[in-house]
Structure formats: structure tokens, C-alpha cells
Write a protein that binds this ligand. Structure first.
Ligand code: SF4
Length: 348
């Protein structure tokens, strides 16, 4: 283990408790790791040294790009806008089929060979120089570099930029309370609706906290919320779970909350599982619509009609998409140009 002074980027963590024998408890995510002296938490990004907890990845960016909001995906939040997207290393889940495993499952080398330093101030300057509408913390779980995203989000708001978390929703209520005033949109994964699914995919047994956080985002903090479920054969593709997700979205978040049903593409430890059949995705969409959700999309199916937005009232095509790109947009001032229905979301 390197000495703290040899670590190139570190900062004392927020929201941790000192325990006996130089142990600490991290309260950033719902794992609430108890970390022994000279050890790291489950995400490998937080190190206890002599009873003080440090984040090892403050300002350490593994990936950045300017990309459309559709990539998150967020379809009802300033469609077509460009965002500075930032990711670091590590994750508090270790999903066996993770699409970004190269950074999310990384060992987080203390030498940070795989990262470049972009301070919160530099991220804001970069977003502005690239004419971005906002900053999105994405690619890997943003709560693992909570301190960085909090500072970045505060600065972004001071500079009239929007902000967005693309997250698994496993943040603690107290961390959410700190950052929520500075976040505009929350794109949350609901990976299943059973203890068994969450255990198999994310190695947690209690997923109810994720539901509570998501509800709080929308109802208490008034963020714009969209949900993603990556439908994976044998993990979360049964009718009961899909129906339960749709029912929960409608009941706790509202029928106007978009639900993105995305296609699983084989990766990593799930390379042996074939991509989700299109028929399964279409059936899941039907389930969502039948439960009363107004906007249910399919993702990772380039050119499918369900990538596009149709007015919930007159059913006319409003936003035509091809993958990440918009080819036509018939929403004006947040309304359907055909029937005048107010379209849920935030628009120009
Ligand atoms: S952020 Fe990391 S160290 Fe903290 S509780 Fe979550 S997994 Fe554990």
C-alpha cells in the first residue's frame, strides 16, 4: 500500500463516521462499508488511513466526451442538447454484464495511469467552451466520486449549466440531501424487481432503498427522472418483474415518467448469454403501456419505431430518433404541435 503522500489525487471524504480501532464507516452509498485501517471500501475508491477516510479519485477522469442527452438516455429533458459527460474509475456494484467494466471494475491504481486530472473548475470551463447545456456524471457510478460531483454541480449551477446523474440510485439519503439542490435530472437504473435479481446482478439484497431514493428525487427534490431497465435474459425478463417495475413507476413516480427498456448486449461474465430478443423487449414495452405508463421506449435497437416519441394524447409522431440522433421534432414550447397536449418533461 502506498503512503498517502504518494497518492497523486486525494481528498478527505465527506459523510463518514470514525469508529473504534481506527475503523471508519462510509455513508456515501447504501453499502455503508465499515473500513479497517489501511483498507478500501467495496468500490475501491475510498481509503482509510489512520482512521481518516480519503477519496482517491477526486478530479480523476477516466473518460470524457461531449455527447447528446439522448445517450444517457434522457428523452424528455432538453432533447438534442449536448452535454459534457464525465466518468472516473470504480463502482459500488460489480454487475457481471457491465458495459463499462474497463473503468467500473478497475482496480483504481493509486498512480492513476488511466486517468487525467480535470478539476471541477476545469470541467465547468470545458462544458462552456464546448457550448454544452450541462454536465453529466456518467459512464460509471457517480456516487463513488461524490465529493467531486458535488463541487462540480455547485459550480455548474453558479455558471448557469444544467446537471445530471446517470446512476444506480444506491446513494444514501444523506448524500442525496447534500447534492440534490444542485442536480436537475436523475437517470436511474431499476435493474429488476426482486431480491434475487439484485443479488445476482449487483450483489445487494435490499433494493427498496433505490426505490425510495428515486421517489424522493422526483417528489421532494423535483428533479426530472427517467428510468432504465436493461432487460437481460434469465435475470429480469420475466413478466412478473417487468409488470412490477411498470406498476411501481406509475404509482410512485407517476404515469408521465419515461421508462427505457434497453437491450442487453453480451459483455464480460455474461458473454455466454445472447442479446435480448427484440420480441422480449416489445413485450416488455406492451406491459409498460398496459400498466398505464405514457412513454415507454426501447433502447439499443437502432431504427426501431419505439426509439421515437409519440404524443400520449393524439399518438402522432413528435420526436423521431435514429439511435442517438433526432431527425425531426414536433414539440413546441413543451406542447404537441398537432393536438396541443402538454408533453411531460423539460423543453426549450
Ligand atoms: S461509496 Fe464505496 S466505500 Fe462508500 S459505502 Fe459505497 S461502496 Fe462502500
Amino acid at each position: 500500500m502506498k503512503k498517502l503522500k504518494e497518492i497523486t489525487s486525494f481528498k478527505e471524504a465527506l459523510l463518514y463516521q470514525k469508529l473504534q480501532d481506527k475503523k471508519v464507516r462510509c455513508n456515501i452509498c447504501q453499502r455503508r462499508c465499515i473500513i479497517e485501517n489501511n483498507q478500501r471500501g467495496y468500490c475501491l475508491t475510498r481509503l482509510n488511513q489512520e482512521g481518516k477516510l480519503y477519496t482517491l479519485i477526486y478530479s480523476e477522469v477516466s473518460s470524457w466526451a461531449v455527447s447528446p442527452i439522448e445517450k444517457k438516455p434522457l428523452y424528455h429533458f432538453y432533447p438534442g442538447s449536448e452535454w459534457l459527460s464525465l466518468g472516473t474509475l470504480g463502482c459500488n456494484f460489480r454487475c457481471p454484464g457491465c458495459q463499462n467494466w474497463e473503468i467500473a471494475h478497475d482496480e483504481v491504481e493509486l498512480s492513476h495511469k488511466k486517468t487525467e486530472t480535470i478539476t471541477p473548475e476545469q470541467s465547468v470551463a470545458l462544458a462552456k467552451s464546448q457550448n454544452c447545456q450541462g454536465i453529466s456524471w456518467t459512464y460509471n457510478e457517480p456516487t463513488v466520486w461524490f465529493e467531486y460531483t458535488l463541487d462540480g454541480a455547485k459550480l455548474a449551477k453558479e455558471n448557469n449549466l444544467l446537471t445530471n446523474y446517470v446512476t444506480n440510485g444506491y446513494i444514501t439519503p444523506e448524500a442525496l440531501e447534500m447534492i440534490a439542490p444542485y442536480l436537475d435530472a436523475f437517470r436511474v437504473d431499476i435493474k429488476g424487481f426482486s431480491k434475487n435479481s439484485y443479488q445476482k446482478m449487483c450483489h445487494i439484497t435490499d433494493f427498496k432503498g433505490i426505490l425510495e431514493i428515486t421517489k424522493r428525487d422526483k417528489k421532494k427534490f423535483r428533479m426530472w427522472v427517467e428510468i432504465v431497465t436493461n432487460v437481460t435474459p434469465g435475470y429480469n425478463d420475466d413478466e412478473t418483474q417487468l409488470k412490477n417495475i411498470a406498476t411501481w413507476i406509475k404509482k410512485d413516480l407517476g404515469e408521465d415518467t419515461p421508462w427505457h427498456i434497453t437491450r442487453f448486449i453480451p459483455h464480460l461474465d455474461l458473454s455466454h448469454i445472447p442479446a435480448t430478443p427484440i420480441s422480449t423487449l416489445e413485450k416488455a414495452r406492451e406491459i409498460g403501456l398496459k400498466q398505464g405508463l405514457l412513454y415507454v421506449y426501447l433502447g439499443n435497437v437502432f431504427g426501431h419505431p419505439s426509439e421515437s416519441t409519440y404524443c400520449h394524447r393524439c399518438k402522432r409522431l413528435l420526436i423521431q430518433r435514429k439511435g442517438l440522433y433526432i431527425t425531426d421534432n414536433k414539440i413546441e414550447q413543451g406542447e404537441c404541435t398537432f393536438c396541443g397536449a402538454k408533453i411531460p418533461g423539460r423543453f426549450e
